[in-house]
Structures are given as structure tokens and as C-alpha cells.
Design a protein around this ligand. Structure first.
Ligand code: NDP
Ligand code: MG
Ligand code: MG
Length: 340
């Protein structure tokens, strides 16, 4: 069984006397930097020349330097720029990593797929809150926690895990609970989850359902409510109490229909397709495609984004959201809405 680590399991002396360089001041960066600073840890934010994030970091009272200067000054370097730019930023900070320093990530992609090859004499760890950055910050301020993962890829000092736990404590994760994983497991499950279920699978299911109804002559508005809008209400129930709470809350008719027809729609072919998606995550095919796509200036990505934006359901949804009043999370930023 999995061990869950809480506040009492962390030894804060592992991080309290260290200087942490937080590279990037976006979703995760601003939350880690401010939570660490509020916990009494020395923080320096590393941003490129002319960075649009500099004003925000300075307004929040944090010291800002270039990534190279920040890494030079730091014992722990937290890599919180976008995954696709991390290899280039790593080249700028490599010389600032002294023996026994820690290079830390919030996602394992670049280590697992060898896009960053760290020096052998540093710790390489992961502290990954399982939540968008704005919640990591908001929960910390309200005294709540954010669940998270830790992992150790290289343990030079013999205390890499203890230090990762202490960092997780300082950003508020051990208040909620932290589990240990590996870079491989975190990377592969994260990619599979967002592709097959959370982002890719769910949107495909919604669009197929919407198109099935509209093609059969039903109104787009009805199709939108049925296939997209109600998704949140169903997912909220599952989030609170698992599948059981959802089944308990819907009508017997919905439960019987769902239990009999769900696996007709998402059948063994879907399962085989999921296994194919997982295989391409595991054998590096997806990573290679994504890296090549970026090197080429993102041609298919741009095209796919455009097509998704122009799907009829988006136009119908925008109109309905203007016409009807329903609760909005006023604290969510545009950035948070884009992230998993
Ligand atoms: P963001 O996209 O929010 O990072 C933006 C920050 O990176 C900005 O401060 C930006 O500064 C800086 N930046 C962008 N490009 C460069 C560059 N070329 N050189 C230097 N700085 C640059 O990142 P996230 O917080 O989303 O992701 C950070 C890490 O956290 C990733 O590994 C991600 O997988 C992981 N993660 C993210 C989660 C999330 O919810 N977002 C959840 C869990 C993990 P500028 O203003 O100069 O552009
Ligand atoms: Mg250093
Ligand atoms: Mg992800």
C-alpha cells in the first residue's frame, strides 16, 4: 500500500536554510515562490531579460534575477518554466549547479525522455502539486493543503527525499498529503491521463455526443446542455464521493441506462485504442512527435487548435453562456482554465 506523507513526516530543516531559485513565475512558479517565501525560505525568482512576469514577481516582494544568476545563488533550483522551454533554460543554469545542489521539477517529461541530462553530482527530484498553481497558492493562504507527489531520480546527498518532503511542506502539500512516485510513473500516467481521459477523451466524448444529437435533428442548445454543460455536475459528484455518489444521485432510469449503455459506447475498441495511446507514451513515440512538432514551429498543433476553436459546440456554448446565468469560479484565471 502507498504511504501518504503529512506535515509531521517532513523535516523542515532540510529546506529552511537553503536558497531556492524558482525559474519561471507562471502558474506553478508564482505559487511555489510565494508559498516558500511565506514559509520563511530564501527565494530568488529566475526570469529572462525583458520577462513579462518580472513586474508581478517584484510586486509580490520577491527578488528577481536571470535564471543563470538565480541558479548560481541557489542550493535548490526549481524548474517551473514550460516543459518545452526547459531544455534551453537548463543550458543557461547548468553552470550554477554545484555538487550537492538539487535540480527539481514539477513534471518528469524532460528527465524521463532524456531532454535534460543533469550532472551526476546533483540531486534530481520532483515536487508536483496535483493542481493548478492558483489553487496551490489559494489553499496555502487559507490554511488548507494541495495534494502532491514527490519523486527522486538522483540522490547525491542521501537526503534528496527528505528535502523534497520539506519543500512539499513549505508549499503546503503535506497539509493535504503527499505520495512518492517515480519520474517514469508520474510522466507516463500524467500523459496518458490527459490524452486518453481528462483532456482528449472527455472532449472527444462530448463532441461525438453533441454531433450525434444534432445530426439526428435535435436542437444544438439541447445537445449542448446534455453533452457538455451537465458534465460538470456529474463530475462534481464523482469528485466528492466516487462513482457511487454519482450513481446514487441520478435517477434509477439514468443509472440503469448508464450501466447498460456506457460500455456499448466506450467498448473494447476504445480500450484497445487506449492501450495504443499508452504504448506510444511508454515507447517515447508521443514525446518524439511533440518535440519534433515544436522544432517545426507547431504546424499541426496550430491547425488542430484552430479546428477545435471553430467546432460548432463552441459557438453554441458561447451564446448560451451569455444568455443563461450560472455560477462561475471568479477566482480562476485564463491561465488556470488552460491547464491540467
Ligand atoms: P507556465 O506556462 O505558467 O510558465 C510561465 C513562466 O515561464 C513565465 O514566468 C514565463 O516568463 C516563463 N517562461 C516562458 N518561456 C520562457 C523562456 N523561454 N525562458 C525563461 N522563462 C520562460 O508553466 P506552468 O507553471 O504551467 O508549468 C511549469 C511546470 O509545472 C511544468 O513542468 C508543468 O508540467 C508543471 N506542472 C504544471 C501544472 C499546472 O497546473 N500548470 C500542474 C503540475 C505541474 P515570461 O513572462 O518571460 O514568458
Ligand atoms: Mg548553485
Ligand atoms: Mg500534464
Amino acid at each position: 500500500t502507498t504511504t501518504v506523507y503529512y506535515d509531521d513526516d517532513a523535516d523542515r530543516s532540510q529546506i529552511d536554510d537553503e536558497t531556492v531559485a524558482v525559474l519561471g513565475y507562471g502558474s506553478q512558479g508564482h505559487a511555489h515562490a510565494q508559498n516558500l517565501a511565506d514559509s520563511g525560505v530564501d527565494v530568488v525568482v529566475g526570469l529572462r531579460e525583458g520577462s513579462s512576469s518580472r513586474a508581478a514577481a517584484e510586486a509580490d516582494g520577491l527578488a528577481v534575477a536571470t535564471p543563470a544568476e538565480a541558479a548560481e545563488a541557489a542550493d535548490v533550483v526549481s524548474m517551473l518554466v514550460p516543459d518545452t522551454v526547459q531544455p534551453a533554460v537548463f543550458e543557461q543554469i547548468r553552470d550554477g549547479l554545484d555538487a550537492g545542489d538539487t535540480l527539481q521539477f514539477a513534471h518528469g517529461f524532460n528527465i524521463h525522455y532524456n531532454q535534460i541530462q543533469p550532472p551526476a553530482d546533483v540531486n534530481v527530484t520532483m515536487v508536483a502539486p496535483k493542481s493548478p498553481g492558483h489553487l496551490v497558492r489559494r489553499n496555502y493562504e487559507s490554511g488548507e493543503g494541495t495534494p502532491g507527489l514527490i519523486a527522486v531520480y538522483q540522490d547525491e546527498t542521501g537526503t534528496a527525499k527528505e528535502q523534497a518532503l520539506a519543500y512539499a511542506h513549505a508549499i503546503g502539500c503535506t497539509r493535504a498529503g503527499v505520495i512518492q512516485t517515480s519520474f517514469r510513473e508520474e510522466t507516463e500516467t500524467d500523459l496518458f491521463g490527459e490524452q486518453a481521459v481528462l483532456c482528449g477523451g472527455v472532449t472527444a466524448l462530448i463532441k461525438q455526443g453533441y454531433e450525434t444529437l444534432v445530426d439526428a435533428g435535435y436542437s444544438p442548445e439541447m445537445a449542448y446542455f446534455e453533452c457538455l454543460n451537465e458534465m460538470k455536475l456529474i463530475v462534481d459528484l464523482m469528485y466528492e464521493g466516487g462513482l457511487g455518489e454519482m450513481w446514487d444521485s441520478v435517477s434509477d432510469t439514468a443509472e440503469y441506462g448508464g450501466l447498460t449503455q456506457g460500455s456499448v459506447v466506450v467498448d473494447e475498441h476504445a480500450r484497445e485504442n487506449m492501450e495504443q495511446v499508452l504504448e506510444e507514451v511508454q515507447d517515447g513515440t508521443f514525446a518524439r512527435n511533440w518535440i519534433t512538432e515544436n522544432q517545426a514551429g507547431r504546424p499541426s498543433y496550430t491547425q488542430l487548435r484552430h479546428a477545435e476553436k471553430n467546432h460548432e459546440i463552441e459557438e453554441v456554448g458561447a451564446r448560451l453562456r451569455d444568455l443563461f446565468a450560472w455560477a462561475e469560479d471568479e477566482d480562476a484565471t485564463e491561465d488556470d482554465k488552460q491547464r491540467v
